[in-house]
Write a protein that binds this ligand. Structure first.
Ligand SMILES: Cc1cc2nc3c(=O)[nH]c(=O)nc-3n(C[C@H](O)[C@H](O)[C@H](O)COP(=O)(O)OP(=O)(O)OC[C@H]3O[C@@H](n4cnc5c(N)ncnc54)[C@H](O)[C@@H]3O)c2cc1C
Length: 329
């Protein structure tokens, strides 16, 4: 269950001045897996930390992570977030529910973070953990199954479809690539080309080369029972019985917009380039972690990123000349 941000928020966030007087050591933008892990580590480093999160993101929709140490039966993204928030608050971390809409740096090098409700917060360092946005097709029944019986990441969940009939739904080279990767786990695949009117040319050749049956028709509905896939209905009236499926949709985007005004290096894929050792971006005192950064895209990696960045943020904050000290109260 998510939705507890308000319950955990420290009263300091709700002050009439919108937080502008307070100078945080670090503001974490994005309270998903990477951001919360970083906040916990920073809280344990006795840092004054604010996490701002708009309650969206991949850890909100993922129904089950089964590849995380200590959770042999899996744990949902929302459950992990809830535990992370509780743990962070115990360490004095403040949480605010809201969307960050602007980041600027003032002449003293202090970051000013503005949220959609026009509150402003100030910090000596920033940690961006805004993740990425998947291009999930808006099909009824899909949300309930995400991470439970419909998957997106073969490294995370290929194991779940081992030697089982599996639908692979998507388009373009992403669909073919996904099918090839899943061959390591199952050769009982049926491909569904979704989101394009017809296939021809190169795509047709590639589809035929897979050797698997395929359909070209949009998925119009997903029949599921408590997140367990039962069947997929296609626009041409065909109903495909299935218990497991993978999505391979082109069009996801990395949530890097807030960093674009800064001298942060962004790869053509949209991922933010960071120092592999410290997770600091090419813009001093801005760190980036998790799915926002190239090739993380796994919960355990996001946690590692968050913890690693937090350690280096703490080191930076110990260098008084590097970041403006807090004003005297
Ligand atoms: C269906 C599905 C299944 C998955 N299964 C697995 C699995 O089995 N195993 C595994 O390891 N990984 C899995 N993943 C991937 C895993 O969820 C991500 O790798 C992980 O969530 C990355 O953490 P993150 O903190 O970088 O991003 P997220 O968890 O996506 O967090 C980003 C946060 O940033 C916030 N945010 C973004 N922009 C703003 C803004 N402007 N202002 C305020 N807040 C903002 C969002 O609200 C969100 O909470 C799955 C993902 C999906 C979608």
């Amino acid at each position: 269950m998510i939705g507890c941000w308000t319950g955990y928020a420290n009263e300091a966030n709700d002050r009439a001045d919108g937080g502008t007087r307070m100078l945080y050591d670090t503001i974490v933008i994005g309270g998903g897996i990477a951001g919360l892990q970083a906040a916990i580590q920073l809280g344990r480093s006795l840092r004054r930390v604010l996490v701002i999160d708009k309650e969206a993101g991949r850890s909100v929709v993922a129904k089950n992570y089964r590849n995380i140490l200590g959770f042999p039966d899996g744990v949902s993204g929302p459950e992990l977030r809830k535990r992370g928030m509780q743990q962070a608050v115990k360490l004095g971390v403040e949480l605010k529910q809201g969307e960050v809409v602007e980041l600027v740096r003032d002449t003293d090098g202090i970051f000013v973070v503005t949220t959609a409700d026009q509150s402003r917060y100030r910090a000596r360092t920033l940690l961006a953990a805004t993740g990425l946005t998947d291009a999930f097709p808006p099909v009824p029944g899909l949300t309930e199954c995400l991470g439970e019986s419909i998957f997106i990441c073969p490294d995370c969940d290929g194991y779940e479809v081992r030697a089982q009939p599996t639908l692979v739904i998507g388009a373009g080279k992403e669909l073919i690539h996904m099918s090839r990767r899943l061959c390591h786990y199952t050769r009982q695949q049926t491909l569904v080309v979704h989101g394009v009117p017809a296939v021809d040319g190169e795509q047709l050749i590639e589809l035929e080369k897979t050797g698997f049956p395929w359909y070209c028709a949009n998925v119009t509905a997903i029949d599921q029972r408590q997140g367990q896939l039962q069947a997929v209905e296609l626009a041409n009236g065909i109903r495909l019985q299935a218990r497991k499926a993978f999505l391979a949709n082109p069009g996801g985007s990395v949530n890097n917009e807030l960093l674009q005004p800064f001298s942060v290096k962004i790869l053509p894929s949209g991922h933010v380039l960071v120092d592999p050792r410290t997770k600091e971006t090419s813009c001093r005192n801005i760190w980036a972690v998790g799915d926002l950064v190239a090739h993380s895209q796994m919960a355990a990696v996001a946690m590692g990123d968050g913890a690693q960045a937090a350690i280096w943020i703490n080191k930076r904050l110990m260098e008084p000349s590097e970041v403006s000290p807090p004003p005297t109260e």
